[in-house]
Structure formats: structure tokens, C-alpha cells
Design a protein around this ligand. Structure first.
Ligand code: AMP
Length: 282
């Protein structure tokens, strides 16, 4: 696997492949790779002639400076995992390479961005759109892989691709969890021992809510989830909403959609964790 730092070098390599009609798979990440990321990488490797992974901690999507500073960085370990997975190229640009000038573009995603993560992390999705559009323009992949763990991000990326009329297939990959059920996240490494132990309560509550969804109204289930999580002294729910998975808008009744998804953000101390669950069969 080759490590590449500049756009010029990456594009001269990728041009060779595209001129031979070889397919390019792409996985954008912020590094501190774990098995969740690697699931995306494995698919990119398996489904394309060559696979490119980017590692770039994008400053424009962090609305919390402290979160950016403390974001875990584990480059050497990341390279090893990618090498083992058979990935072809890892693109690790500097901030100047991605943003030679400040990116002042303002995207608009309407109702998709005014709810949940968009509401509680102002500017976050504009930053995501800036970096994803930039990276897709640099790599020009045939297929780009995103995780359902970031459910709203996936919807925003699909909308971005539609708005910019980009010729790329967005491939969604299911949430990968730790053995105990906690959704894998680079931020999990920042949890202290007790927070890590209690964080499992988030996925446990979501799984239990799936058992209860047949008997509860939407509002009653939302209350139950929030109260249950907040009863744990290590955890505090920022939001929990049950939305129509196809447009991310809150539903009032189960009959409002055949794709209800519960999306949650929870603080364990200062670490913010997100997760979601599909209430299938409703
Ligand atoms: P990040 O490095 O957090 O920006 O994540 C890079 C990509 O990996 C995004 O598309 C995430 O949705 C995806 N991802 C992160 N964690 C998981 C997980 N536990 N399961 C599936 N995909 C994930």
C-alpha cells in the first residue's frame, strides 16, 4: 500500500487507472481506524479494482474546538490495518492541501440539516459537505462507502451528490458494534473505564426499545428511551428522535412511515456518542 500526501501525486496515479477503465473505490475517514471503518474498506477492496482510503481530520466539521484538538490520531496503526485489508492507496493530505484557501462555500440541505445532528452541531454538515465534495472531486471514485452509524450524514451525502450531479455510487454499510453492542467509534477510546462500561447502556436501551415498539406509541417510546438512558448517572441524552428514515423528519405515529429509525446522541462526560436503530417490521 502506498501512502500519498499530495493531490498531484494521487491524481497522476488515479488517472492511469481511470484511463484503463478500472474502477475506483473510496472510503473517506478521519482515521483512528477500527473494525467499523474496516468493514467499509473491505467492501471497497472487494468491489473495485483499486481502493483509496483518505485520512483527514477535517477542521471545518468540528463545531467544538476541544473535540477537534482531542480527536484521536493513530496513523501508524491505521496504515497497518489498511495494509492488512489489502487497500491500495491511503491519502493523507495536510490541511493546506485540502483548503489552500478558507472554504467559504455554503451548502443548503433544507429539512435534512435542521434536525438532530444539524440542530445540535451548527455548521457541522456544511463542513462535512465541504470536505466530502472536495475529496470526491479529487478522487473521482466510482463507488464511495459510508457507514449507517452516521445515519444523517449518509442522507446529507446522498443529497450532496444529487445537488452536484456527481457520477458516484454511494454505498451504505451497516453499523458495526463492539461485542457488548456499543457502536464502534473513534471517540470510544476517549471514554474512561467506567464510562466505557456504562456506554453499553445506549445500545442496550435501543435494542430494548425495538422490543417495545409494538406496544408503545412513538411519543411513549421516545420518553421511555430518554428516561432510561438518563437514569444512568454516567450518561445524558442530548436528543432522541424517531424519524422517517427516508427524509429524517420526526414521525408522530408509526403509520407515518414504513421506515422508522430511532436516532440518538448521548454524552458520557464530555464525550458525545451517536447511535441509531431501525424499527423494522413496524
Ligand atoms: P469517521 O472516521 O468517523 O469520519 O468515519 C468514517 C466512515 O466510517 C463514516 O462513513 C462512518 O459512518 C463510518 N463508520 C464509523 N464508525 C462506524 C461503525 N461503527 N459502523 C459502520 N460504519 C462506521
Amino acid at each position: 500500500m502506498e501512502v500519498i500526501h499530495t493531490i498531484k501525486e494521487l491524481q497522476s496515479i488515479l488517472n492511469r487507472y481511470s484511463s484503463q477503465s478500472k474502477s475506483i473505490g473510496f472510503v473517506p475517514t478521519m482515521g483512528a481506524l477500527h473494525a467499523g471503518h474496516m468493514e467499509l474498506v473491505k467492501r471497497s477492496v472487494a468491489e473495485n479494482d483499486i481502493s483509496v482510503v483518505s485520512i483527514f481530520v477535517n477542521p471545518t466539521q468540528f463545531n467544538d474546538k476541544n473535540d477537534l484538538i482531542k480527536y484521536p490520531r493513530t496513523l501508524e496503526a491505521d496504515y497497518k490495518l489498511l495494509e492488512e485489508a489489502g487497500n491500495s492507496y491511503v491519502f493523507v493530505p495536510s490541511e493546506e492541501e485540502i483548503y489552500p484557501e478558507p472554504d467559504v462555500r455554503q451548502f443548503g440541505f433544507g429539512p435534512l440539516e435542521t434536525v438532530m445532528e444539524g440542530k445540535f452541531r451548527p455548521g457541522h454538515f456544511n463542513g462535512v459537505a465541504q470536505v466530502v465534495s472536495r475529496l470526491l472531486d479529487i478522487v473521482k471514485p466510482d463507488n464511495a462507502y459510508f457507514g449507517e452509524k452516521d445515519f444523517q450524514q449518509l442522507a446529507i451525502v446522498r443529497e450532496l451528490v444529487k445537488q452536484l450531479n456527481l457520477n458516484v455510487q454511494i454505498v451504505a454499510c451497516p453499523i458495526i458494534r463492539e461485542k457488548d453492542g456499543l457502536a464502534m467509534s473513534s471517540r470510544n477510546t476517549r471514554l474512561n473505564e467506567n464510562q466505557r462500561k456504562e456506554a453499553v447502556f445506549i445500545s442496550k436501551t435501543l435494542f430494548e426499545s425495538r422490543n417495545r415498539c409494538k406496544e408503545y406509541t412513538v411519543d411513549a417510546l421516545k420518553d421511555w428511551v430518554v428516561n432510561n438512558i438518563n437514569s444512568n448517572p454516567e450518561l445524558h441524552t442530548e436528543y432522541f428522535d424517531i424519524v422517517d428514515g427516508s427524509n429524517l423528519q420526526s414521525i408522530g405515529k408509526w403509520e407515518d412511515t414504513d421506515y422508522p429509525v430511532g436516532c440518538i446522541a448521548v454524552f458520557a462526560g464530555e464525550i458525545r456518542l451517536i447511535d441509531n436503530i431501525v424499527y423494522s417490521g413496524k
